[in-house]
Design a protein around this ligand. Sequence first.
Ligand code: PLP
Ligand code: ZN
Length: 418
Amino acid sequence: MNDFVRGLKCRLCGKNYPKKPLNYCEDDFGPLEVDYDYDAIREVINRGKIELRPFNMWRYRELLPIDGEPTVGPLVGGTPLVKADRLAEALGIENLWIKNDAVNFPTLSFKDRVVSVALSKAREFGFTTVGCASTGNLANSVAANAAQAGMKSYIFVPHDLEAAKILNTIVYGANLIGIKGTYDDANRLCSQVADRYNWGMVNVNLRPFYAEGSKTVGYEIAEQLGWRTPQHVVSPMAGGSLIGKVHKAFMEMYKVGLLDKEPRCKIYGAQAAGCNPIIAGLKAGSETHRPVRKPNTIAKSLAIGDPADGYFAIKVMKETGGWGDDATDAEIADAMLLLARTEGIFAETAGGVTLAVTKKLIDAGRIPRNEEIVICITGNGLKTQDAVADLVERHPVIRPNIDDFEAVLNGKRETVLV
Ligand SMILES: *Cc1c(COP(=O)(O)O)cnc(C)c1O
Ligand SMILES: [Zn+2]
């Protein structure tokens, strides 16, 4: 019923391809993108119709590339947009919002959005085995959603991921394979496996469909602000896909009549200093990213040295009048604590990157202090606890009596047991 997809199209040369599990253009290796009939979509959707639907990402289903109803992840999305006044005050700014995908269902990161589209599409294509190459969150999400869908999964990750991200994959019964190497090594192997076994790899042969799921972050932000876009959005970057999709979402909403004014939102990208290929390219004034061979950062979920969408990420930052920056491990951990202590939100390291970079961009005058800013928090701190373990205070342990408690209250820590 939902046939607004005309096919796939090369993002570099515009060549058309059929609606198939394909990733690259055969002429120039440009990435393929879903090609929609926006005029037809404009005819059938409007704000009122969307507002009547359940608050999850599928309320924008006409703008997502599946043919039938979603069969995997039907409840994903619909996360809070939090007005962050205490954090705004700490940063010396006036108007700040947090899009909080740290509480996305079911695996606590924005990756549930891309996976629900990719696996619903994988089913339509007839795949029964799926998988991915991942820096952690995608692994968790493919594993959980494949389990719920009754699909087999094979997941390739760098072997030295955080323990919580490993366990949060295996627990769902996924076949997890640790690679002695970087994400880029895992990704290369995953592509070979996809070719040889004809499996549906969400960020390889299903990537054009997968990537569309990220747009729902943008749709939700604009709807939650009352059907308008903010002046500035700051997004973390790994493969560089999400940042471009937030912008695409705003432009599409205007195109199909969901926004009154043409969006003028400036888009900013955030990376870790220990793996900053896109920011290094941006700052050097080059057209595309500068690959990082050996990533070294606590923000492992963003540690992609050779990002697939680096070129497009730089383009969107420049063309919207935004910018970007990177943050050191110490800055990342400090920002995680700041977010937790001002807003009660425990974000993973990627959230620390986004907030630390936002602070830098404000301090450098790149983002004016009196304008409206939305920051994208994309993952949950419970998965990366080691990052802040050494920064938090030791808590006292006492005998269960009031004297011990009062000793603590009066700061006589030496009298208590620990
Ligand atoms: C994957 C991921 C990102 C970035 O995604 P890309 O679309 O690859 O740039 C951001 N934050 C978290 C927590 C992620 O897991
Ligand atoms: Zn092409």
